[in-house]
Design a protein around this ligand. Structure first.
Ligand code: PMV
Length: 383
């Protein structure tokens, strides 16, 4: 596969605020999961992963390097974080990486707002770390390529490297810091994909046309949406970092899942290439259930899924039996993300709501853009 680079949306204006930048990054939901690190310091994963960046669920972060500060000052959703807060320490670690690259020692003020429930398995760490990496690197004057930015975001939270890009995104697990980065699938296919035969445009050869499923048309036919079913937005009981480590170290199901994941990824990429939401949904759901199984077999077991999660899962399965194109995926939390076709997402969400007795919030999210960066604090409102 050929690697590609695209530019993120950088909207510098003429009224530059020196040493400042603001970034907005959307969340991404993994269709083929990242779970488990080979290298904890560099955040190098055991598996490559595939995600969909979503619109309207995002973080905005402003960073201002200020010579008058004696320590980094971090606020999250309006609250200043105490010095020993674990989120603050992760922000400072990212600022340190940026300072080292830029050759500066100036402390920074960081103001971050998350427009998703934090730490509830709704990928808030991905959007938060991606926005921070983008804002901090631009504020420090580092002119990173999107690939370099993806590698930097990875150091904050692995899944954040995928939020640099929009739409379907592949995180190549790579071998080292240089080769572990994300890239957008659309560009990858644009460069490498063989044009697919369109059976409907071949009326002369009815045999070919009849033998190909109608989903084998083109990538354009894939019109995905995610129904985000929020059952519980409280903080997860065990961090994904700790749970991953425990899974890798103690679960006999982990290495078999890593092997299976390679096949799952190939099947998912093929599904995107041929435009088959069915194939993509099936492999996505299996891959997620497999990941949760590896955790359940860890010692002691990790279980993020609750009775409410299973109630939604059962409803999704029974809807599928009735012909609805719906498949579920869960991350490090009880909430469920349901992949469907955008054309029927509103009806599917209503149907699901009717079948689930639990109180839940239903949000429909469509594919979203990659990170955007502005050099002006004034532009934050426009992002
Ligand atoms: O990036 P982290 O450390 O928050 O890990 C995220 C792991 C999952 O969300 C469960 C899966 C994924 O690929 O996003």
């Amino acid at each position: 596969m050929q690697n590609v680079e695209i530019q993120p949306k950088v909207t510098f204006d003429s009224s530059l605020a020196p040493n400042s930048a603001v970034a907005k990054a959307n969340v991404n939901i993994a269709l083929i999961k990242y779970w488990g690190k080979r290298d904890e310091r560099l955040i190098l994963p055991y598996t490559s992963s595939l995600s969909l960046t979503l619109s309207d669920l995002y973080a905005t972060t402003s960073v201002h390097f200020d010579e008058s500060l004696s320590a980094d000052f971090v606020t999250l959703d309006g609250s200043a974080l105490p010095t020993d807060d674990s989120t603050r320490l992760r922000v400072v670690a990212m600022l340190d990486l940026v300072r080292e690259k830029a050759g500066i020692s100036t402390k920074a003020k960081v103001v971050s707002h998350n427009h998703v429930p934090i730490a509830a398995g709704l990928a808030s760490s991905a959007s938060g770390s991606a926005a921070l990496a983008a804002a901090a690197s631009y504020a420090a004057g580092l002119n990173l390529t999107p690939r370099e930015l993806s590698r930097l975001a990875r150091r904050g939270s692995g899944s954040a490297c995928r939020s640099i890009f929009g739409g379907f995104v592949l995180w190549n697990k790579g071998e080292d810091d240089e080769t572990s980065y994300a890239e957008p699938i659309a560009d990858l296919f644009a460069e490498t994909a063989e044009p697919l035969a369109d059976p409907l445009s071949e009326p002369a050869d009815s045999h070919i046309s009849a033998s190909l499923p109608t989903s084998l048309l083109s990538q354009k036919n894939l019109n995905p949406a995610m129904i985000v079913v929020t059952l519980d937005s409280s903080k997860k009981p065990i961090s994904s970092r700790t749970a991953m480590r425990r899974t890798v170290e103690t679960s006999p199901a982990y290495m078999p899942w890593v092997e299976q994941s390679k096949k799952d990824l190939a099947r998912a990429l093929d599904a995107i290439r041929v435009g088959s939401i069915e194939q993509l949904g099936e492999v996505m759901e299996q891959n997620s259930l497999g990941m949760h199984e590896t955790m359940r077999k860890a010692n002691p077991p990790v279980n993020y899924l609750t009775d409410k999660t299973y109630a939604v899962l059962n409803a999704v399965c029974s809807m599928r039996e009735c012909g609805w194109p719906v498949w579920a995926t869960m991350d490090a939390g009880p909430n469920v993300k349901v992949l469907t076709d955008a054309g029927c997402a509103a009806r599917a969400a209503e149907e699901l709501r009717g079948r689930v007795a639990e109180s839940a919030k239903f949000t429909i999210a469509l594919p979203g853009d990659g990170v955007s960066v502005s050099a002006s604090l004034k532009q934050a409102a426009k992002l």
